[in-house]
Each structure stands twice: as structure tokens, then as C-alpha cells.
Ligand binder design. Structure first.
Ligand code: ADP
Length: 495
């Protein structure tokens, strides 16, 4: 099968969150299953800052944007995995310091930038030669792809039988723009209605993707259920209920080439399940040194990494850390970028308790890896979490996750209740109500086991390290879905 995978960010070229990891590792996994996959993404400025050489393809193209014609060209990165990555190069749109927003404000022309990207993806399907079976589009930035495929390309030679898959990585980001941006898309105003592209008077690109795609997926089963209801449907629960028959939850996988303590070049010491206790102790000591924390071996070190956005539960985290720092013997390591208010709040706490809290407000892959290796526990009390990757990385690194049971966190973390420990299925700690008391109680429970019940702790760590959250199973589920979508496309032609 030939698959064109479109995403607005792709590791290692550009990244703001989990989508980038998925856009690299799912195509690789599909390739390993024997499929011919190409990835396509914008040529953001960061693309040219990695040490991967980017080369021209000699393929230029022109697409209509509103009443003008905009030119772009395709670039390409050589791949070690066998999956080529193509970049849509248009410096006016994509040669920018960030991907979507700067200084707390979205770029004003985001609708135009990603309309261009979507049109470029569909043109590329032709320009790259041969026939694609599936276009897999991700998130609002790709929301127009299924619409163009259905409305503009349906009768174009080579496009008639392409199936579109649309994956939701987060319902909270919908790409809503004022109604006049419809003109940029070139799509007829008759589609600007409450059942298709319009949402409370605005153009909504996530909704557009949901309405026109042949199949919809999201990144865990639990989240697939949650988004069909309020509040996690974020206003689009009605659309999702209407399309529930084509909506599937497929859990994201981990790229263990990148996230594996046995091979991770960024660690002070590499380790496996056989020597994790000494390996983690060494990484912990080095992390404490790196971040200026006292090098105490027996004090629990709790890591938190993530976007500084309401979704991730930073209000709970700040509240709990504030209480704990003044009375409990625990160390906290925070890594994140995002909202100013959280930078200020967490920065103040770190300044107040320098021996217990280290906060770094930067995007640093190497430090993220070292925190996973050096921390004893990893905290993720999200308000909602479509899948979540950090808890899965934590399991592999022997770092016990403490999570709120929502979305993918609920699907992957089994609480260390006595019966789960006994059955050998516990791999972390989880709680349900989104409040400080529940988080506080769960942290107390986790630190209690860490300090006083080493056999149970060892069990938890080793169950987690042994689990396999790789892409193998999930990539097969995607292939099944592609097949199903293609078969459904063929039906009208054969009757
Ligand atoms: P989301 O996609 O909602 O941001 P995920 O848990 O699915 O959350 O994925 C987040 C990814 O981004 C993880 O790979 C995480 O390690 C990474 N990440 C987030 N913030 C940072 C940061 N400040 N530095 C390094 N990596 C980060």
C-alpha cells in the first residue's frame, strides 16, 4: 500500500509536542510492515537547523490561495529508515522562529499558511509520481486535506480512489478562524454551514477534517469515547457522535530506537532491566548535579515534563509542590515551555526552594531523556490526555508514572492497588478526581511504597520496564483501517 502521511511537525525536524514523535515513528512502523510511506511536512526554519542534510527535489508547484497563486517547492531529507520526508518550502509562510505562535500569540496568517500546506500535500500526491492509496492527515493543520480530496479532486485522474484518514491528536486545538478566511480556502460558501465547516460563525478546520474524512482516528480508546461527550468533545461532540461509526481509538506507540535506556546516548550511564537500580542511581546523581540539587540518593526525585498549558494540570502541580516543598523530603525537576503565568509561578517556587525544586523553561530533548532516566517517579496529572507519551517513556526508563486516569493515561497505567500488585499488572499510580487532595494522597502513597516497601517498588519498576508499547500492534491496526477505508471506496464503483 502507498501512503502519504501529512503532519505539521515531524521529529527530528520540528516539534512542539507528541504529534511530531508520532509523525516520525508511525510511518517508520508502517514501512517495517512492508508499506511504501512518504511523510510530508512544512519546511519550518528548524528543519534546516538539524544535522540532517536537506536536498532539493527539483519539484516546484503553484496553488491558488484566495485570489492569488502562491508558489512553493518540495525539498527532501534522506532517511535512514527508508521513509522519505518531503518538505513544503515556502519561506514567507514557514521560515519563522516558531511553528504556530510567538510571544503568546498565534500567527495572524495561520489559516493561510496551513491552507497552502494542505493544497501542497494534494498537489504532491501527483508530483511525487505513482499512485497513493491513502492520505493520512493529522490535526487541524491538515483539516482541509480530506475536504479538498472530496470536493475538488474526487474526479481527478489518480485521486478518485485515494482514501483519507484523519487523526485527532488533541480536540482542544481546532484551528478556528473568522469566516472570511473561507475565501482563502477556495471552497464554495455552501459548505460553510453548521453541519460542515462552520462552527458558531467561524471557519473550523478540525471540524472540516472530521466531516470529510473517510475514517477518523484518535490516539487512545478512552479518548475516543471521551470526545463523543462534553466537555472533552470541546463543542464537536455532536459531529463525533454523528460519525462514531468511522471513529476509532488507536493507541500511540513509542519509538524505542529513540527512547531506550539500554542504548540512549544522552544518559550518564545506560542501563537495562538487569541493572536498573544502580543505573538509575548514577543517572539520578548526575541529574541532581546538573540541576544544582543536593545529591541525595534516598530522597524521591519526581520529574515533570510537558507543555506549560492548562491541559497538563500545572495548577495542581504547582499547588502540591508548594505544599510539599515546605514539609516533605522530595525533589522536583520540571522541564517545560509555554504559558507565561506558569513560568512565573513555577519559577517563583524554584527560587523559594532551590534545594528541592529545579525548573528549566526550555525545550530540550537531551534533558528530557536525562530526566526520564534520573527521576524515580514521573508526574502527569493531566485534565485530559489524548494519549500521552511521557508516561510510556517513563515505563521503559523504570520511572514510575503517577497519572490522572484520563484518556491514554487511563488506558496505559494500572494503579498499584494491592490486588493489581498481586496480579502483577500494576505499573504506576493513578487517581481520578481532578483535585489537589487526590493528587496529594496519591503522591503520599507512591512515596510511601518507595520508602518503605522496596520489593513492591522493584516489582512496579520491572513490570513497567518489561511492557512493550512499541508501534507494532498499533501500526497493524492502522493498516487494517486503511484497508477498510479503501474497500469502502471501491464499493460504489463496483455496483
Ligand atoms: P502533547 O503532545 O500533549 O504535548 P505528549 O505527552 O503526547 O504531549 O508528547 C509530548 C512530547 O513532547 C514528549 O515527547 C515530551 O518529552 C516532549 N516535550 C514536551 N515539552 C518538552 C520540553 N520542554 N523539552 C523537551 N521535550 C518536551
Amino acid at each position: 500500500m502507498r501512503i502519504l502521511f501529512a503532519g505539521s511537525e515531524v521529529t527530528p525536524f520540528s516539534k512542539s509536542g507528541g504529534l511530531a514523535d508520532v509523525a516520525q515513528s508511525l510511518p517508520d512502523a508502517l514501512h517495517r510492515l512492508g508499506h511504501d510511506v512518504s511523510v510530508i511536512t512544512p519546511a519550518h526554519r528548524s528543519v534546516f537547523l538539524t544535522d540532517h542534510p536537506i536536498e532539493p527535489t527539483g519539484i516546484p508547484f503553484d496553488v491558488p490561495i484566495g485570489n492569488k497563486i502562491v508558489s512553493g517547492r518540495l525539498l527532501r531529507a534522506r532517511s535512514e529508515s527508508g521513509v522519505p520526508t518531503y518538505f513544503v518550502d515556502q519561506p514567507e509562510y514557514f521560515d519563522r522562529a516558531e511553528l504556530y505562535r510567538e510571544a503568546g500569540r498565534d500567527y495572524d496568517d495561520n489559516c493561510e499558511r496551513f491552507t497552502f500546506f494542505c493544497r501542497a500535500v494534494l498537489e504532491s500526491a501527483r508530483l511525487l509520481g505513482g499512485h497513493f492509496d491513502v492520505v493520512h492527515a493529522n490535526d487541524w493543520q491538515c483539516g482541509l486535506i480530506p475536504a479538498y480530496l472530496r470536493l475538488e479532486y474526487a474526479h481527478t485522474r489518480g485521486y478518485e480512489s485515494i482514501a483519507s484518514i484523519f487523526t485527532i491528536h488533541n480536540m482542544a486545538y481546532q484551528g478556528t478562524f473568522w469566516h472570511w478566511d473561507m475565501l482563502l480556502t477556495g471552497i464554495d460558501w455552501r459548505y460553510f454551514n453548521w453541519k460542515q465547516m462552520e462552527f458558531y460563525g467561524q471557519l473550523n478546520l478540525l471540524k472540516t477534517g472530521l466531516v470529510f474524512a473517510d475514517r477518523i482516528t484518535t490516539v487512545s480508546r478512552r479518548y475516543a469515547e471521551e470526545i463523543c461527550e462534553s466537555p472533552l468533545g470541546c463543542g464537536l461532540e455532536g459531529v463525533l457522535q454523528h460519525r462514531k461509526h468511522v471513529l476509532h481509538g488507536i493507541l500511540n506507540g513509542v519509538n524505542y530506537d529513540d527512547w531506550n535506556p539500554e542504548t540512549d546516548p544522552r544518559l550518564a550511564r545506560r542501563y537495562s532491566i538487569d541493572d536498573w537500580a544502580s543505573g538509575k542511581a548514577e543517572n539520578k546523581r548526575r541529574l541532581q548535579e546538573e540541576l544544582g540539587l543536593p545529591t541525595l540518593a534516598d530522597v524521591p526525585l519526581i520529574g515533570v515534563i510537558g507543555r506549560l498549558a492548562d491541559q497538563k494540570g500545572w495548577d495542581l502541580i504547582a499547588d502540591v509542590i508548594g505544599r510539599w516543598a515546605s514539609r516533605e523530603d522530595a525533589q522536583w525537576v520540571i522541564l517545560g515551555t509555554g504559558e507565561r503565568a506558569y513560568v512565573d509561578l513555577l519559577g517563583q517556587l524554584a527560587a523559594e526552594y532551590p534545594g528541592r525544586i529545579a525548573a528549566r523553561f526550555a525545550f530540550s530533548e537531551p534533558l528530557a531523556h536525562r530526566i526520564e532516566a534520573g527521576a524515580d517517579m514521573f508526574l502527569m496529572p493531566s485534565r485530559f490526555e489524548p494519549c500521552g507519551l511521557n508516561q510510556l517513556y517513563s515505563l521503559k526508563y523504570g520511572t514510575v508514572p503517577i497519572v490522572r486516569a484520563t484518556g491514554g493515561l487511563a488506558d496505559t497505567i494500572t494503579d498499584a492497588a494491592p490486588e493489581h500488585l498481586e496480579a502483577g499488572i500494576a505499573n504506576g499510580f493513578s487517581f481520578e478526581p481532578y483535585d489537589v487532595a487526590s493528587l496529594d494522597e496519591t503522591l503520599t502513597r507512591a512515596c510511601g511504597v518507595y520508602r518503605t516497601d522496596r520489593p513492591s517498588w522493584r516489582r512496579l519498576v520491572e513490570i513497567g520496564m518489561r511492557q512493550d508499547w512499541s508501534w507494532d500492534e498499533s501500526a497493524s491496526q492502522y493498516v487494517q483501517l486503511y484497508d477498510e477505508a479503501l474497500a469502502a471506496k471501491r464499493v460504489p464503483a463496483s455496483v
